[in-house]
Design a protein around this ligand. Structure first.
Ligand code: AMP
Length: 280
């Protein structure tokens, strides 16, 4: 496994390989867990060359968010990636990707607006900008993104389509802990009590799924009620948003439409913000 810090060097290597080998790319912010490793396993199954990047991207954090304290553990991440058979790890420094003169932003307007975009202004522009840079550096044929960050996946797919980028974006289902909580690097912030209370998020979504399968129809309002009732059992959990939307356009739906619906939610558990979703 080769570890590279220079964007120019990696881009040179990949431009040479792109004509002969299929390249799969997994962008991450590190502090890897089994959700990240599932993306790596998918890439490893399909592609000749697997590239993983680890970069905590300052552009996608708001001024009051957790950029500084975001968990990092380079040594452990590299050991996991080596074991998974990754070929290249890209570990740029912040000033290696953004020099003092950096002034370009990518804005994927409509799909960035609602859901997490409302609570985190500028977040998806930061994401789209860094992902476009990384795609240009790595030159992959396939790039893997988790459905855990469903809106991010839609933003990236839209950018790739709008800008005619020569890459296929592959969405990978959410990996959960045994108790149902979606794996996230931020779960490490939770105390034992918060970790138990955070389960209201995944169990609320699960109850919506069960109700929909039983009744075969469900209004967005009823879905929200089920979710809020599940959250009410956890005193430290506060709702950020709950949304019932079309899973392609992310526009609001009045009722669940079979095979078209995304139910997404974000909550604050103490100081930690967690997101989760289900597709119906
Ligand atoms: P992050 O390091 O949080 O930026 O995540 C890097 C990639 O891993 C993104 O495409 C995420 O959607 C994906 N990811 C994070 N957590 C999970 C999970 N629990 N299941 C599947 N994919 C995930």
């Amino acid at each position: 496994m080769k570890i590279l810090r220079s964007a120019k060097w990696l881009q040179g290597l990949m431009l040479k390989r792109r004509g002969q080998k299929s390249i799969g790319f997994v962008p991450t912010m590190g502090y890897l867990h089994d959700g990240h490793m599932e993306l790596v396993r998918c890439a490893r199954k399909t592609c000749d060359v697997v590239v993983v990047s680890i970069f905590v991207n300052p552009l996608q954090f708001g001024p009051k968010e957790d950029f500084k304290k975001y968990p990092r553990n380079e040594r452990r991440d590299l050991a996991l990636l080596r074991k998974a058979g990754v070929d290249f790890v890209f570990l740029p420094k912040t000033n290696g990707l953004y020099d003092r003169n950096f002034q370009t932003r990518v804005d994927v307007c409509e799909v960035s607006r609602g859901l997490c975009g409302s609570s985190r202004p500028g977040h998806f522009s930061g994401v789209a900008t860094v992902v476009l840079k990384l795609l240009n550096i790595v030159q992959p044929h396939l790039a893997y993104f988790g459905e855990k960050d469903f809106q991010q996946l839609v933003v990236i797919k839209t950018m790739v389509r709008d800008l005619n980028l020569p890459v296929k974006i592959v969405g990978v289902p959410i990996v959960r802990d045994l108790d149902g909580l979606a794996l996230s690097s931020r779960n490490v912030y939770l105390s034992d009590m918060e970790r138990r209370q955070a389960l209201g998020l995944s169990s609320g979504l699960k109850k919506i799924r069960e109700r929909f399968h039983r009744q075969k129809k469900l209004s967005a309002l009823s879905a929200k009620k089920i979710f809020l009732t599940s959250l009410a059992e956890s005193s430290t959990v506060c709702l950020d948003y709950f949304a019932c939307v079309d899973r392609n356009s992310l526009t609001p739906l009045r009722a669940v439409k079979k095979n078209k619906t995304l139910i997404a939610a974000a909550v604050h558990v103490g100081k930690t913000r967690l997101i989760d979703n289900i597709q119906l």
